[in-house]
Write a protein that binds this ligand. Structure first.
Ligand code: SF4
Ligand code: SF4
Length: 444
């Protein structure tokens, strides 16, 4: 098997975002591979933990990816403020002439892959494009480690490192079994410290509000952020879209700050959130060119959290517009055109610490995280769609006995997708088109 087939066989997907299947990504032609070690969402620390404890694995995983896509150059991009980590990674990569540790400033969103590509190579990903169009592959730290484990250790993806932070007794970086219920993760961290909690999965800016605490950990879940139920970061996520539109119509003063600070706008993309806010007053049923530009939004959330003087959320509006049009399978074309970076880009960068303060989360960042906690949940619910592409097809049935690492769901023939493996030893107790439930044998 070549490297891409091994990666496919072990179910590796992008651990930092939408879960794009890595075996497809590494087949692209690229001269440069960038490991995204910026971990720019506040409070998250899983990637830093991995680099601290498994720096050599990150370097070796990068070498395998570079081999697979025949890239000449590899970079590991890190914020320069993590000086000790910088030294660890520099040491791990010391023998590799074609791998460099790339220092980044501490701004948000330093980990946006378009920004990363521009920072590291000076190349601009076109509007509506992807990094491979400019010869780059960007992979998250945990993805790279999973590639190494797949190729060297024959290990499928059955666990993931996630940060459980906020209102829990012992905020921790946890090595979680895929399929663990979220409330089990919170229990592992000593339980919640307040009665009424709201839980965000992912980071505090780009994560989602999760109301079902039985919902399982997936291959892409980087964080479980526990907040007081009435925390603004949680409350904002409960506002219905129609109400947001009404708010925008009545409160948007067209100050343009959201556009001026928008990181994608500053890269030269024609995304102008203030124009979208103006246009939604006329309705979005017929997508005008202005509304279509919502597809250029990365969803970083900076406009809502930091820029808007009226407390509006243009980024959330953009995501809703994208969801609405994706449902009717509408995707705009963005013809290739010359773009150039704004001269003001570096002056309009927002320090990550300021974003954290605005979010009202600074007190949670000041806490030392417990590292490397792990627990076996005894039962797991493994979703069949936790990646970009088609849901996987179960290859087990209720009653089957499986081991950690057994293939339980496969990629539909000819489709984009990812294989899924059991994360624990146990018996399959339920299979449907969305999930597979597995319990430890002693629980049966
Ligand atoms: S920053 Fe807020 S008020 Fe100003 S244009 Fe953007 S959405 Fe409107
Ligand atoms: S969320 Fe806001 S700031 Fe971020 S890319 Fe979208 S429009 Fe720009």
């Amino acid at each position: 098997m070549n490297i891409s087939e091994v990666i496919k066989d072990r179910g590796v997907v992008g651990a930092g975002g939408a879960g794009f299947p890595t075996h497809v990504k590494v087949c692209a032609e690229a001269d440069t591979v960038i490991v995204n070690g910026a971990e720019c969402e506040p409070l998250l620390a899983g990637d830093k933990f991995l680099m601290e404890t498994a720096g050599e694995k990150v370097v070796m995983g990068l070498v395998y990816i570079m081999d697979a896509c025949k890239a000449e150059k590899g970079f590991i991009a890190l914020k320069r403020k993590y000086l000790p980590l910088f030294r660890v990674m520099a040491e791990a990569a010391a023998e590799k002439d074609n791998i460099e540790i790339f220092p980044m400033d501490d701004f948000y969103p330093a980990g946006d892959e378009f920004i990363l590509v521009h920072e590291v190579t000076g190349r601009l990903v076109p509007e509506g494009g992807i990094p491979t169009q400019v010869g780059c592959i960007v992979d998250n730290v945990e993805t790279v480690v999973n590639v190494l484990d797949a190729v060297m250790n024959n290990k499928p993806v059955t666990r993931r490192f996630l940060t459980c932070a906020g209102e829990v007794k012992t905020p921790s970086v946890i090595e979680a079994y895929i399929g663990t219920p979220i409330n089990e993760i919170i229990r592992t961290c000593g339980g919640a410290t307040v009665d009424n909690i709201a839980v965000l999965t992912g980071g505090p800016l780009m994560g989602c509000l999760e109301t079902d605490l039985e919902a399982p950990v997936t291959k892409t879940m980087s964080g479980v952020i526990v907040l007081p139920g009435d925390h603004p970061a949680a409350r904002k996520r409960t506002i219905p879209f129609e109400f947001m539109v009404k708010q925008s119509k009545s409160a948007c003063c067209q100050c343009t700050y959201c556009t001026e600070l928008c990181p994608r706008h500053l890269l030269g993309h024609r995304l102008e959130p203030h124009m979208i806010m103006r246009q939604i007053s006329y309705g979005i049923d017929v997508p005008s060119r202005t509304i279509e530009n919502a597809f250029l939004c990365s969803g970083c959330g900076l406009c809502g959290v930091y820029a808007c003087v009226m407390g509006l959320s243009p980024g959330v509006i953009n995501q809703k517009i994208k969801e609405k049009f994706s449902k009717i399978r509408f995707k705009p074309d963005f013809p290739l055109r010359d773009i150039s970076v704004s001269d003001l880009k570096d002056y309009r960068r927002v320090p990550a610490g300021r974003v954290l303060e605005r979010l009202g989360l600074a007190k949670y960042a000041a806490v030392n995280l417990k590292r490397g906690v792990s627990n076996n949940p005894g039962r797991v619910e493994i979703l069949l769609k936790q990646h970009t592409g088609m849901p996987s097809i179960p290859v087990v049935k209720a009653g089957d006995v499986v081991s950690s690492g057994t293939l339980i769901a496969d990629i539909p023939a000819g489709a984009l997708g990812a294989k899924i493996h059991s994360s624990i030893d146990g018996r399959v107790t339920h299979v449907d088109e969305e999930r597979i439930l597995i319990s430890n044998l002693d629980r049966n």
